[in-house]
Design a protein around this ligand. Structure first.
Ligand code: KIV
Length: 258
């Protein structure tokens, strides 16, 4: 087993929280690896915060590969301690064969593991990816790639039926061989129940504090995407403000205006 994945399991068994941030380029990956983040997620959220798409469904495999190569170089030069986890983007894993082909391309670009949106519905893809020797994390709860079908980003697990379906998804993906489980916008009590009932680490986003780890989009943490601020993400810096301050200072000096 990949030593970084073994470490995530060890973190769960000794109840040590796992810190995950997204990274999309060389410098952010290098800085985050040097800072000690456990997992660098090359999320397809890059489509929104880096490429300016309205949602993640427009992201292509070529774009994921391009950003994965940059992150892999940054993580390597940062010391290479973090696991580089990369999203299988919309339409890239509709069949087990496609999932294996695209997961293989991501590994060739520098991914240590891949992430796939879907639960029980994607067991065949998860089994095929694992059989190909590639570690895979499943992503359940709110699945951003379903936004066009769902008509928005909705909290999951509010009803008993939804909670039971999520628990079923969690057990199905664990049985299929997923090494971890991402829980997005899942009611905290349901996320806590899932976390206690699976052996694999759970990573939450907007899913309360009782998951085995937490993931956030880097831009939300450092204040680099001021046009949308999710309620669950604490902003810890104002990089957007600093960029504009420095740019205005440069403009003023260049134009010799007071
Ligand atoms: O694409 C992404 O960055 C993600 C996180 C929001 C969990 O999947």
């Amino acid at each position: 087993m990949n030593e970084r994945i073994a470490q995530l399991r060890a973190f769960k068994s000794r109840s040590e929280p796992i810190a995950v941030l997204t990274a999309y380029d060389y410098s952010s990956a290098r800085l985050l690896d040097e800072a000690g983040v456990d997992v660098l997620l090359v999320g397809d959220s890059l489509g929104m915060v880096v490429l300016g798409y309205p949602d993640t469904t427009l992201v292509t495999m070529d774009e994921m590969l391009h950003h994965t190569r940059a992150v892999a170089r940054g993580a390597h030069d940062g010391g290479g301690k973090a696991l580089v986890l990369v999203d299988l983007c919309f339409g890239s894993a509709d069949t087990p064969a496609e999932a294996v082909r695209n997961a293989t391309h991501l590994v060739q670009a520098g991914a240590h593991a891949v992430k796939l949106e879907g639960g029980a519905s994607h067991v065949a893809q998860i089994e095929a990816i694992v059989a190909a020797g590639i570690p895979v994390m499943a992503h359940i709860g709110m699945q951003p790639q379903q936004v066009r079908i769902e008509g928005g980003y909705k909290i999951k697990g509010k009803t008993d039926e939804q909670a039971a379906a999520l628990l079923e998804d969690a057990h199905a993906v664990e049985k299929a061989g997923a090494f971890g489980l991402l829980l997005e916008l899942v009611v905290p009590a349901v996320a806590a129940t899932i976390t206690a009932s699976v052996g694999i680490p759970t990573i939450g986003i907007g899913a309360g504090t009782d998951c085995d780890g937490q993931v956030l989009v880097l831009h939300d943490v450092i204040g680099l995407y001021p046009w949308f601020k999710p309620k669950f993400a604490t902003q810890r810096a104002d990089v957007a403000g600093e960029i504009q301050r420095a740019a205005r200072e440069f403009i003023a000096v260049t134009k010799r205006t007071p």
